[in-house]
Design a protein around this ligand. Structure first.
Ligand SMILES: [Zn+2]
Length: 333
């Protein structure tokens, strides 16, 4: 086990991560669309100011670390995140990986073993590992998690390629895999089967967006298989009400699963995909502070102990941000 976790401003001791939001986004960009069909609501200076203010606010509420899971496919731009990090004290961890629902960009379609641009190794593996061990896009900022997605399309050939590359990157670096799922289609189950077959210990996987499901049996199955799950869309009431999310959470705590649950929002400061006005009108609670202004107080009211809150908001994210050491390059433990 190594005890430091990479953040935008360099490694920090795992013990100092404190209360952590493990599944959030700062800026979700769509560079090609934005460049060609200018999107009136992107204003870099204003958005950086807004991000700094929001992060300072959540830091003042006792949150010490936020994990930005914005990867390829979501418009990751580490230079922008660095500009934000420079002006706030909160730790910001970033991720490598690919948010691919169906098909990878043509750039990757054409490259790899046996492809038109024949390469000895899948470039996705090289990208993921480089982001973790060398740094992202020449910034020296290292990824602290590997993010993958399996949506309603299921494990398409390209999604399989991403998952396989993530598994290789995990085995080589010991960095945790964290996922996007479509809970309605139980795609966390598919991810577990695939990653397990690829040699990833399931206790090094966080099955994300599990909080979009009220199927307690499905959620228990994911955790009984060893994974931690993300109840990571509090405030996204367009998908499910907070009341329903809280009821599932309480049930899982009661069943003894608090050591496998993480809490977050999947919120963002800017998304090229959703206009600011839409978010303000339809998703008014969807912000980094919502857990602490509404959800945690509601949990205390329902009798959840301070200790259980600490396990879910401090211990569990820290465990998942910890890099494990596998025995040898491809060894498993
Ligand atoms: Zn997300």
């Amino acid at each position: 086990m190594t005890s430091a976790v990479e953040t935008v401003k360099g490694p920090v001791a795992i013990e100092s991560l404190g209360v952590t939001l493990p599944h959030e986004h700062i800026f979700l960009r769509e560079p090609e669309v934005e460049a060609n069909y200018p999107n009136s609501h992107w204003d870099e200076a204003a958005k950086i100011d807004q991000a700094v203010a929001a992060l300072d606010q959540v830091k003042a509420m006792g949150v010490d670390t936020l994990v930005d899971l914005t990867v390829l496919g979501l418009g990751r731009d580490i230079s922008l995140v660095q500009k934000v990090a420079a002006r706030t004290d909160i730790n910001i961890c970033v991720a490598t990986g690919s948010y691919t629902f169906n098909q990878l960009p043509t750039h990757f379609e054409l490259r790899g073993p046996g492809r038109l641009v024949d390469m000895p190794r899948d470039p996705l593996e090289t990208c993921f590992i480089n982001d973790i061990t060398v740094g992202i896009a020449g910034t020296g900022v290292k990824a602290a998690m590997i993010k993958v997605a399996t949506d309603s399309y299921g494990i398409t050939p390209d999604v399989a390629r991403v998952l396989r590359a993530a598994a290789v990157a995990h085995r080589e670096t010991g960095v945790t895999i964290t996922t996007h799922t479509h809970a309605e289609d139980f795609t966390g189950r598919d991810q577990q089967a695939f990653l397990k077959a690829e040699g990833v210990p399931l206790d090094r996987v966080v099955i994300g967006h599990s909080g979009d499901s009220t199927d307690v049996n499905y959620l228990r199955e994911l955790m009984d298989n060893g994974s931690t799950i993300g109840l990571d869309r509090f405030g996204a009431e367009i998908l499910m009400s907070d009341e329903a999310r809280i009821e599932v959470l309480l049930r899982l705590i009661e069943l003894g699963y608090s050591d496998r649950l993480t809490l977050s929002h999947d919120a963002f400061i800017y998304s090229a995909n959703l206009p600011d006005e839409f978010v303000a009108e339809k998703l008014p609670k969807w912000k980094f502070t919502h857990l602490f202004t509404h959800i945690v107080p509601a949990l205390y009211e329902r009798g959840v102990s301070e200790e259980t809150i600490r396990v879910m908001t401090v211990d569990n994210p820290a465990r998942m941000l910890r890099r494990v050491q596998h025995g040898g390059a491809f060894g498993l433990n």
